[in-house]
Design a protein around this ligand. Structure first.
Ligand code: F6R
Length: 612
């Protein structure tokens, strides 16, 4: 989704903005632009394509300035084009705006403005907004900040905006409702971003702007106000993130780096929480709310995409260990239907970014019904972490590759710890099994490492199947959500159509697809259904399908039946998904790379989906 960057202070703004935009490229975008104010006035440059293309096009332009804003656009209103790219200028040419989000009632506002003689160059809701603000300012003769406040009261939707006014070259005005905005506090300077990546080398002190707040930002002053024009105290937090965390560190792609980081990210997620020897799990968010969790009549998990798959895995594990009924909902459906939510329901919201618009609105809806919200989030300080009643961070570090990998395994690790803790506390999980699972979980990072050591074994499999048109992923029980996740990864990264199915459900329809061209990927690590999945493999082989199986070391049956196999270390079936997903991530990665796809930024996808 769109990325925004801003700077005001003594340094040159342009290089900070361009570097910041490049760091936010992972969010997904199709066009880009900057606005600066310098001695020559307001300079606006924008272009369809990559940030580097804009940079090349601007060589020799008057770019020296100490105030500026920059944007990467992910098209919503109007196709990707130079004209639709941000920043947009107001009709007077005095204001320039960048915007992340959607103004839902822009069409009506546009009609009114057109009646007043305003004209529009682009198809965007953003150009409507900047002229709406200008019109309010003109009619009421108020300061820009006041006009923004009035506009915010009248526009519907989710957005964050940054505004420059050529008549006030010492101020950036920002406003937020529903999309993220981080302000970095320097000495006599301020940095702005959709996330903290543009400011990491300059400051670790940041403020996360809240919904319905307006920020008036000068080089040496930051004022936050609410819609009632009351000053708000900025809540400054210190970032625990280093620049190295957002660089590729010698890997060809962020996705490969992040897959390879999993032994340490899972370890970091468990560290300080799980102590297998002592038999303890320490999680403050759970301990403080243990009564709500153990007495929950039902747990509803809301999430999207890969995070939803982690939720589905949690359904199997929580029901098994805690005997609490669990429902797993797509946030995008939950928010629009009329779900039954009771006061003693607990909602677990899962999100890597903590900014997914559908998940945020679903949480707000559940809150209106009085439900208790437990957030499982990766990005520290993100919106979902702040609107949840309690929660746990996954501590996977910044995930830059658009396809989620290390965040998923960290989510599984957190969910597993939660299930173990609730199960033990409720008495639904006997001590022996609890201790055994604690040990199993603690050993996962080392086992993931051993899978990664053997990653090259997947390369020939990837080149063998890279020209497939379709692929089927099958798994049973705890491996069914992993089959879904494997299929999603392949779709995203290689554009091969892939479907995940419960292995036994295959014969109710998808089996019609099987022919001698179709790769069928079985997630078949050793569990209580092993003989059943062996039968499913036979059903595919009988129809000449190609079988690729992820199996446990020592499996003596499947290698003789499958076309290709990849072994993972033995593990208890409840924690085995943390292992079986890793070869699937790698397989998608190698296929994507073999096909020449842009694996870190797959077409049409955005890392942080801040529009519905
Ligand atoms: C898949 C992927 C997406 C996200 C989904 C939710 O690789 O990355 O499906 O999982 O957009 O995002 P978060 O977890 O940030 O809420």
């Amino acid at each position: 989704m769109c990325g925004i960057v801003g700077y005001i202070g003594p340094r040159e703004a342009y290089p900070i903005i361009i570097t910041g935009l490049k760091r936010q490229e992972y969010r997904g975008y199709d066009s880009t632009g900057v606005a600066l104010i310098n001695n020559e006035g307001l300079q606006v440059y924008k272009k369809k394509g990559k940030v580097s293309e804009l940079e090349n096009a601007l060589l020799g332009k008057p770019l020296s300035a100490h105030i500026g804003i920059g944007h990467t656009r992910w098209a919503t209103h109007g196709e990707p084009s130079d004209v639709n790219a941000h920043p947009h200028e107001s009709n007077s040419g005095k204001l320039a705006i960048i915007h992340n989000g959607i103004i839902e009632n822009y069409a009506l506002i546009k009609q009114d403005l057109q009646k007043k003689g305003y004209t529009f160059k682009s198809e965007t809701d953003t150009e409507v907004l900047v002229n709406f603000i200008e019109d309010i300012q003109k009619n009421t003769q108020c300061p820009l900040e006041e006009a923004v406040r009035m506009a915010m009261k009248r526009v519907a939707g989710a957005y964050v905006i940054l505004l420059l006014d050529v008549d006030h070259p010492d101020t950036i005005i920002a406003a937020r409702k529903g999309s993220p905005l981080v302000i970095g506090i320097g000495k006599g300077e301020h940095f702005l971003g959709s996330d903290a990546t543009p400011m990491l080398e300059y400051t670790k002190e940041v403020v996360y702007v809240n919904d319905y707040e307006i920020a008036i930002i000068k080089a040496d002053e930051l004022v936050l106000k609410n819609l009632g024009n009351e000053k708000q105290t900025p809540y400054i937090i210190s970032l625990d993130m280093e620049l190295a965390a957002i660089e590729k560190g010698g890997f060809d792609h962020f996705m490969l780096k992040e897959i390879n980081e999993q032994p340490s990210t899972i370890y970091d997620c468990l560290r300080g929480r799980l102590d297998a020897k002592a038999g303890t799990i320490t999680m403050k968010g759970i301990e403080d709310n243990i009564h709500a969790l153990t007495s929950a009549k039902r747990i509803i998990i809301i999430a999207c995409g890969t995070s939803w798959h982690a939720g589905l895995e949690a359904e199997y594990i929580i029901e098994e260990l805690c005997r609490i009924p669990v429902e797993v909902e797509y946030a995008s459906e939950f928010r629009y239907r009329n779900p039954v939510i009771n006061k003693d329901d607990v909602i677990i919201a899962i999100s890597q970014s903590g900014e997914t618009a559908d998940t945020i609105v679903a949480i707000e809806k559940a809150k209106e019904h009085g439900a208790f919200i437990f957030g499982i989030v990766n990005v520290v300080g993100s919106s979902i972490s702040r609107i949840s009643n309690a929660g746990a961070y996954t501590h996977a570090g910044p995930e830059i590759g658009v396809a989620s990998t290390k965040a998923f395994t960290a989510q599984l690790a957190v969910l597993m710890m939660i299930a173990l803790k609730i199960g033990k506390e409720k008495g639904t999980l006997e001590l022996k099994r609890y201790m055994e699972l604690l040990n199993e979980l603690e050993n996962i990072p080392e086992k993931v490492q051993s899978i990664l050591r053997n990653a090259d074994a997947l390369k020939p499999i990837a080149s063998k199947y890279k020209n497939a048109i379709n692929a089927l992923y099958l798994g049973r029980g705890y491996n069914f959500p992993i089959a879904l996740e494997g299929a999603l990864k392949l779709k995203e990264i290689s554009y091969i159509h892939a479907e995940g199915y419960p292995a036994a459900e295959m014969k109710h329809g998808p089996i019609a697809l099987v022919d001698n061209q179709l790769p069928v990927i079985f997630v078949a690590t050793h569990d209580e259904y092993h003989s059943k999945i062996v039968s499913n493999i036979q059903e595919i082989k009988a129809r000449k399908g190609k079988v690729i199986a992820i199996i446990t070391e020592g499996d003596a049956i499947i290698p003789s039946m499958a076309d290709d196999v990849f072994f993972v270390p033995p593990a208890n079936e409840l924690v085995a998904p943390l292992l079986s997903v890793v070869p699937l991530q790698l397989l998608s990665y190698y296929i994507g790379v073999d096909k020449g796809c842009d694996v870190d930024k797959p077409r049409n996808l955005a890392k942080s989906v801040t529009v519905e």
